[in-house]
Design a protein around this ligand. Structure first.
Ligand SMILES: Nc1ncnc2c1ncn2[C@@H]1O[C@H](COP(=O)(O)OP(=O)(O)OP(=O)(O)O)[C@@H](O)[C@H]1O
Ligand code: SF4
Ligand SMILES: [Mg+2]
Length: 358
C-alpha cells in the first residue's frame, strides 16, 4: 500500500563550521541519514529513539522547515521538495505539527480565538466572521475545552489544556496529516493518557494520519499501528506495534524495551535487562559499519564494524537492520562476553578456571 506520506532515503546533514573571520565547513552532523518509511492514510506511525537521534529534524524536514540534503518526501503523491514556495505554503495546510512545549509554541499575546483563527484566515478557510466563530467553537468542543476558553490567554491554562489548544490550532486548518513531536513528554503521566486518547478519538472521527515522535516506547505503543526505531539518524527496526513489542529483533530495540518497567512483579523479576555500555556516539562522527556496533552486546568480529546493514524484511512487515538478526532471534548468535557479561549469566566452571589461570 502506498502511503499518504512516503519518505525515500531522506538525509539531513548540517554543516559544522569553524573559524572566526573565515568560516569553513569542517564536517557534518548526520542528523538524519537515509530514512525511508511510509505512513498510510488514516494510520499512525510511531517514531522512537534516544535524544539526538534525529526525530525532530526528520519531522521538520517533512514540513520543509529544514532543508533536505537528499532524498524525497512524497505527500499524497507530490514531491514536497520540488514545490515552489507558494504551493508549499498551500500544502502546509494539509500537514500540521503539534509541538512538545505547548507554551513555547503558542503566542503568549494572542488569545485562544486569535490563535485558532489565524491559520484559518491565512488559508482562506471558515467563511465570514460568524462562520469562523462557529467553527472555532466546534473545534474547542472536539478537543474538550469550554467555549469560555476563547477570550483567555495560553498562560491561563494547565499543561494538558495548552496541548489541547496546540491540537485545536492544528485542526483549525483541516489537515490530513499531523506530525506530533513529543506531544505528551512535557505533561504529567496522568495527563499523558488523556491527550493520547484525544488524539485517537480525533483520528477515528476525522480520519487523520499521524506521525508521532517520542523518546519513550510506552507513549507510542498504544497509539501506533507501526513503530520505527531510530538510532543515530537511521531506522534500525520497523514493525507493526504488536509485533515489535512481542518480539523486538534489533539489539538496540531490545535494549530500549528492557528499560521499560513492567507492572507485574513476577514478569518484572524475570524480564531481560540489557545495559548498554558506552555513550551514544556523536552524529558528527557516526561509527562505520553498523552504527550500533560500538554498543551492541551481540557484536560479531565480522561485518559489524565494516558493513552497514540494510533494513531487511524478516517477517511480514517486520524490518530489521542487523546482519545477525535471524541468528540472534534463534539463539545461535550469543552476546559477546566482553560487551555483555550480564546477559550471559554466571560464569561456567571452565570460564572460572580460565580466569584464575590468568
Ligand atoms: N540546526 C541544526 N544545526 C546543527 N545541528 C543540528 C541542528 N538541529 C539539530 N541538530 C543536531 O542534529 C541531531 C539530531 O537532533 P534532533 O533535534 O533531530 O534530535 P531528536 O531525536 O529530536 O532529539 P530530542 O529527543 O532531544 O528532541 C543532534 O545532534 C542535534 O544537535
Ligand atoms: S549488525 Fe552487528 S553490531 Fe549491528 S546490531 Fe547486528 S549484531 Fe549488533
Ligand atoms: Mg526532538
Amino acid at each position: 500500500m502506498s502511503g499518504l506520506l512516503e519518505l525515500d532515503d531522506v538525509k539531513v546533514h548540517f554543516p559544522v563550521r569553524r573559524g572566526l573571520l573565515f568560516e569553513r565547513t569542517v564536517g557534518h552532523v548526520h542528523a538524519v541519514d537515509g530514512v525511508s518509511l511510509s505512513v498510510p492514510a488514516g494510520r499512525t506511525y510511531g517514531l522512537v529513539g534516544e535524544s539526538g537521534c534525529g526525530k525532530t529534524t526528520l519531522g521538520r524536514a517533512v514540513l520543509r522547515l529544514t532543508d533536505l540534503t537528499s532524498g524525497r518526501v512524497l505527500f499524497d503523491g507530490t514531491d514536497l521538495a520540488a514545490l515552489p514556495a507558494e504551493e508549499m505554503r498551500r500544502a502546509r495546510r494539509r500537514l500540521q505539527m503539534v509541538f512538545q512545549d505547548p507554551l513555547g509554541s503558542l503566542n503568549p499575546r494572542q488569545n485562544i480565538e486569535a490563535i485558532l483563527t489565524e491559520g484559518m484566515a491565512a488559508h482562506g478557510l471558515g467563511g465570514d466572521r460568524a462562520a469562523r466563530g462557529a467553527r472555532v467553537a466546534e473545534i474547542l468542543e472536539r478537543v474538550g475545552l469550554p467555549a469560555s476558553a476563547l477570550g483567555r490567554y495560553p498562560h491561563e491554562f494547565s499543561g494538558g489544556q495548552r496541548q489541547r489548544i496546540g491540537i485545536a490550532r492544528a485542526l483549525a486548518v483541516e489537515p490530513d496529516l499531523i506530525i506530533c513531536d513529543e506531544p505528551v513528554s512535557a505533561l504529567d503521566v496522568s495527563i499523558q493518557a488523556q491527550v493520547l486518547n484525544l488524539l485517537e478519538e480525533l483520528q477515528d472521527s476525522l480520519g487523520l494520519t499521524y506521525l508521532v515522535i517520542a523518546h519513550d516506547l510506552a507513549v507510542v505503543r498504544h497509539i501506533s499501528d507501526v513503530i520505527g526505531v531510530m538510532y543515530l539518524g537511521a531506522l534500525v527496526e520497523e514493525a507493526p506495534s504488536d509485533a515489535l513489542y512481542a518480539s523486538p529483533r534489533h539489539p538496540y530495540t531490545r535494549a530500549l524495551m528492557s528499560a521499560v518497567p513492567v507492572p507485574d512483579p513476577a514478569v518484572e523479576d524475570t524480564r531481560e535487562r540489557i545495559l548498554l555500555r558506552g555513550d551514544l556516539p556523536s552524529p558528527a562522527a557516526p561509527p562505520p559499519g553498523c552504527r550500533f556496533h560500538t554498543r551492541c552486546p551481540w557484536r560479531q568480529p565480522e561485518r559489524c564494524a565494516t558493513e552497514r546493514p540494510e533494513l531487511t524484511e524478516l517477517a511480514d512487515g517486520h524490518r530489521v537492520a542487523c546482519h545477525y538478526a535471524a541468528g540472534i532471534a534463534d539463539g545461535s548468535i550469543r552476546p559477546t562476553a566482553d560487551l555483555a557479561p550480564h546477559l550471559l549469566g554466571p560464569p561456567t566452571a571452565g570460564q572460572e578456571a580460565a580466569r584464575a589461570a590468568g
